[in-house]
Structures are given as structure tokens and as C-alpha cells.
Design a protein around this ligand. Structure first.
Ligand code: B16
Ligand code: MG
Length: 213
């Protein structure tokens, strides 16, 4: 183990509620039914795929690619205005301390997120400098469960897949980590997924996995 690659939403920060509010506003404006159960299916999924899931309930005339792009932009504008309210208090001391201890012990740290807003979020919570590399929705062409985002993170760090450990809250993210031939740690939702090599309930349990606690 030489490096830890962290998913962002659902592992380091919790922006589900903002995604929900932003998609809900868009869905309401289109008269599409949308609730928190459907929102759970969007975890770890790209923006375009999220829209397709919401449109499963759409019964109007087919939407052009331009209209879909406009709907995604509308959602993203609402989402970013909600993200703008985030502060460093939105990251727990446990997360900050654990990241610091892992780094002090010599591990490299990266972000592996599907989000195109990852850097904006990290800036808002003052965590940009806590990571050696950021692989996000802007440097990939295939989203989780495709391994691309984690393979790129490993490359940015200069570490081989077998030396990388991925921490994920989404089933699709655990599948992506295993497809990248990395060690997968499930937290939150994914702590119930049998494909995860380790299942944790507290972020600080990573110190045990790293052998420094
Ligand atoms: P954006 P993660 C994912 O982030 C979210 O879990 C998912 O709900 C979202 O649709 C996706 O990012 C794309 O986000 O619209 O900001 O580009 O969990 O991979 O860090
Ligand atoms: Mg996630």
C-alpha cells in the first residue's frame, strides 16, 4: 500500500442534498416526478447519466441533445450556487486528521471523483492542498463503474494499481476500483457491498488498514 484514492461526494463531503435540491428544481420545472429514492440511484453516476435516470419518468415529446444539455446546465447552475455556501466546517475533524496522519506516514493521497465540480468543492472546504493529485469528471471519458477515473489517479500519483487503495461510498465506485485492480474500501452505502475488500463505518478506520493505528 503506497497511495489512497478518495471518492469525494459521500466520502470526504456530503453534497447529496444539494444534488437532490438542484435536480428536483429542474424536474419540477419539467413536470417530472422525482423523489429521494430516485436521487439515491444518482450516487457516483455522471451528470448525463443522472439526467437519463430522471427522464425515465418523462412522458413528453423526445428531447433533443441541445435541450438535454440546457437542462444539465440549469441543474449545474443551481447546484453550484448551493455548493458556494459550503465552508471548511463541512469537513469533519476526523476526516482532516486522518488525511493528515496518512500523509505524515508517507502515503500519497488523491481524489478520484466523477464530479466536474470536484476542484470547486475542495476549494470551498479548504482541502485542495491535502491531496497530491486530483482525478475528476474533467479528465475522464467513461464514468464509474469504468475504472478510468482511478487508473488516471494512480498514474497522476505515479503508483501501480496494486499499491493503490480506493475509498468509495457507491457500489459503482467499488466496481470501478476492482476493475482498476486496486484494493477497495467501502464506506457508507458501500460498507454493505460484498465486493469491497474492506468495509468501514468510520473514516479513521483507514489508519488501521494503513497499519499506523
Ligand atoms: P457533477 P463522486 C459524483 O461524485 C456524485 O456522487 C454524483 O451524484 C454526480 O452526479 C457526479 O459526481 C457528477 O457530478 O454534476 O458535479 O459533475 O461521488 O464521484 O465524487
Ligand atoms: Mg461518492
Amino acid at each position: 500500500m503506497k497511495a489512497f484514492i478518495f471518492d469525494l461526494d459521500g466520502v470526504i463531503v456530503f453534497t447529496d442534498k444539494f444534488h437532490y435540491q438542484a435536480w428536483k428544481k429542474m424536474a419540477d420545472s419539467m413536470g417530472i416526478y422525482f423523489d429521494e429514492t430516485i436521487n439515491n440511484r444518482l450516487r457516483g453516476v455522471s451528470r448525463a447519466e443522472s439526467l437519463e435516470i430522471i427522464l425515465e419518468r418523462y412522458e413528453g415529446t423526445p428531447l433533443s441533445p441541445e435541450k438535454k444539455a440546457a437542462l444539465m446546465e440549469e441543474k449545474n447552475n443551481t447546484y453550484r450556487s448551493l455548493l458556494a455556501t459550503m465552508t471548511p466546517c463541512d469537513v469533519t475533524n476526523q476526516v482532516r486528521d486522518t488525511l493528515k496522519k496518512l500523509r505524515e506516514a508517507g502515503f500519497k493521497l488523491a481524489i478520484g471523483s466523477s464530479s466536474k465540480n470536484a476542484r470547486f468543492i475542495l476549494e470551498k472546504v479548504a482541502l485542495t492542498d491535502a491531496f497530491d493529485a486530483i482525478s475528476d469528471g474533467n479528465n475522464i471519458t467513461h464514468s464509474k463503474p469504468d475504472p478510468e477515473v482511478f487508473v488516471k489517479a494512480g498514474q497522476f500519483l505515479g503508483e501501480a494499481p496494486e499499491d493503490c487503495v480506493v475509498i468509495e461510498d457507491a457500489y459503482a465506485g467499488i466496481d470501478a476500483a476492482k476493475a482498476a485492480e486496486m484494493t477497495a474500501v467501502g464506506i457508507g452505502d458501500a460498507s454493505g457491498y460484498d465486493k469491497a475488500d474492506y468495509k468501514i463505518h468510520e473514516f479513521s478506520e483507514l489508519l488501521k488498514i494503513a497499519g499506523i493505528a
